[in-house]
Design a protein around this ligand. Structure first.
Ligand SMILES: [Zn+2]
Length: 274
């Protein structure tokens, strides 16, 4: 019998923190307990996410491959089903982009983009769930809000009002802050702390969905191996990796494997076929 840890998990506490920040910006706290400076409301972030997603759909080729779309949606649906209701995200939009790029992203407001090139590196449903869980966590932990807030203070010239109104003058910088490096020339990588948070809580999300969290290790190994190839993963430029990542993922298995086994015992056995 595995103890139900859902109420005490970092993911659940993070949900409360997100709820909290909709009421009072200053009480925002990341899942690891660091305080976050967030200058934008969740409503503003959702609007920015939705606008940027529309922009991406115009810039990139949207895949019409029915089987690939069904596969990616199957994995995304299972993972997003584990996002606590306290985040207030009622629906998710998942789009597959037809591109060799090894990349994926999630945006505030329930938007997920996966490039078909990623499927060459994320070789099974568990590895794809690793990436989706990681990207989702960047959104849930308000990393994009944090980054946008910081870029405003460090004088990138972003004005909150302009951003909130979706001024096209600021679109490039805003999209970069959301982790979308398209046509901007600037890639704003996440910090090491944010990467660790995304890895840790992403693992928890996928494990609760019944995906095998042990597959996170070969996934990141594949990603590193692909870095020396013809199409180095774009994901790595916004999600810097380091030699500690694999060790941390291994250390976290003791916490997430029981969650995975419990999910399987409860009948959550995803069977998404590539
Ligand atoms: Zn990341």
């Amino acid at each position: 019998m595995v103890k139900d840890t859902s109420m005490t998990s970092p993911l659940f506490k993070l949900g409360l923190a997100a709820l909290c920040s909709t009421l009072l910006a200053s009480c925002a706290q990341s899942p690891t307990g660091r305080s976050q400076m967030l200058l934008f409301s969740p409503q503003q972030m959702n609007q920015l996410g939705a606008d940027s997603f529309e922009q991406m759909k115009k810039q990139e080729k949207v895949s019409k491959d029915a089987r690939m779309n069904a596969y990616v949606s199957c994995v995304a649906k299972a993972v997003t089903a584990q996002v606590p209701a306290s985040y207030g995200i009622t629906s998710w939009e998942v789009v597959v982009f037809d591109s060799k790029q090894v990349n994926a992203f999630a945006l505030p407001g329930g938007k997920i983009g996966v490039y078909s090139g990623l499927l060459k590196v994320a070789k099974n449903q568990d590895q794809l769930a690793t990436v989706i869980g990681h990207e989702l966590t960047h959104v849930l932990a308000q990393h994009s809000n944090e980054r946008l807030s910081r870029s405003q203070l460090t004088g990138l010239g972003l004005a909150a009002a302009d951003i909130a109104m979706g001024s096209s003058e600021y679109r490039g910088a805003t999209m970069a802050a959301l982790g979308l490096g398209v046509e901007v020339g600037v890639m704003l990588p996440y910090g090491r702390t944010q990467e660790s948070e995304a890895d840790r809580l992403g693992l928890e999300l996928m494990a609760r969905a019944g995906f095998n969290p042990a597959e996170a290790i070969p996934l990141w190994q594949n990603m590193s191996a692909a870095a020396g190839g013809n199409t180095p993963p774009k994901l790595l430029s916004t999600h810097p990796s380091n030699e500690n990542r694999i060790a941390e993922l291994q250390a976290q298995q003791a916490y997430v494997l029981p969650l995975f086994k419990q999910a399987r015992a409860n009948g959550l056995v995803p069977q998404c076929k590539a």
